[in-house]
Design a binder for this molecule. Structure first.
Ligand SMILES: C[S@@+](CC[C@H](N)C(=O)[O-])C[C@H]1O[C@@H](n2cnc3c(N)ncnc32)[C@H](O)[C@@H]1O
Length: 260
């Protein structure tokens, strides 16, 4: 894992279940613009435990799906959980595939973990392994958009700790804002980047509850690694469901880059 310390995304059973649940919750939002035809070769880059790879196969069961990740331990879990995917241990910045290997490349929450240098190299590698006419479709974070109404002090402190931990590990919790620039530097000229603006409130309590759970579970999962009392933040965030005027806001960024 490039010598970096990951603040979430481990391989214990609770964390694997959290990642699967997260993938089920986010995929209807994040995969809206993705399409693939039967027989297409698709790469799920930084596949981790294969949670989003599973979602891709559920929607497009006839694609030829590859999963690549730097971490052997993540790939062992992925192989167990989603055995229909072909896994390859690989660094995104030096992909072990010939030019023009894939019709589609997909990823979620990858570039947030690496330096700008690795990010641009990885995007250039993605461009190299895409077939002409193919595209990559990927989603990254912008944690500056996280906001609750009313403001919740423990939650705010938890997000700050999470962001600081990610920066310490060499990543970038605001990378969603920079991804178009990185894609240009990697040689892409046709780029379509759109925010996924999410707002949860009491008009849709079920959505609000799911949205709260996603972040509360992230706070609980990073607790040990950060050594911070994030369970307090998780409890405070869970209390938002009882606020008649409570709101939760978060915007990730989904980008498509085309090999012309
Ligand atoms: C937050 S996880 C996301 C996993 C998966 N995409 C998902 O949504 O469940 C980030 C993944 O990026 C992988 N990763 C980090 N740096 C990498 C690199 N340079 N090349 C390939 N994978 C990398 C990590 O091993 C980890 O599995």
């Amino acid at each position: 894992m490039s010598g970096q310390r990951y603040i979430h995304g481990g391989t214990d059973a609770v964390e694997v279940a959290r990642l699967e649940k997260q993938a089920r919750w986010v995929s209807p939002i994040l995969l809206q613009r993705f399409e693939a035809k039967p027989g297409m070769r698709v790469l799920d880059l930084a596949t981790g435990v294969g949670a989003m790879a599973g979602q891709l196969l559920e929607r497009w069961p006839l694609i030829e799906l590859y999963g690549a990740d730097l971490s052997a331990s993540q790939l062992r879990i992925a192989q167990r959980e989603h055995p229909a995917v072909r896994y390859v241990r690989a660094n995104g910045a030096a992909l072990p595939f010939p030019d023009g290997s894939f019709d589609r490349v997909h990823w979620t929450w990858f570039i947030e973990h690496v330096s700008k240098e690795v990010a641009v190299k990885a995007l250039a590698e993605v461009r190299r392994v895409l077939k002409a006419g193919g595209y990559a479709h990927f989603t990254e974070v912008d944690n500056s958009t996280f906001r609750t109404v009313p403001a919740l002090p423990h939650v705010k402190a938890a997000i700050d700790a999470l962001n600081a931990g990610q920066v310490r590990g060499g990543g970038d919790p605001y990378v969603g804002q920079k991804i178009v620039q990185y894609a240009r530097e990697a040689g892409f000229t046709r780029i379509d980047s759109r925010p996924n603006v999410l707002k949860g409130d009491q008009r849709d309590p079920l959505f609000l509850q799911g949205f709260i759970d996603e972040f509360a579970e992230i706070f609980e999962s990073v607790d040990e690694a950060l050594g911070a009392p994030l369970t307090e933040a998780a409890a405070e965030l869970r209390g938002l469901i009882r606020e008649p005027r409570g709101e939760l806001h978060y915007t990730s960024v989904t980008t498509q880059v085309f090999k012309t």
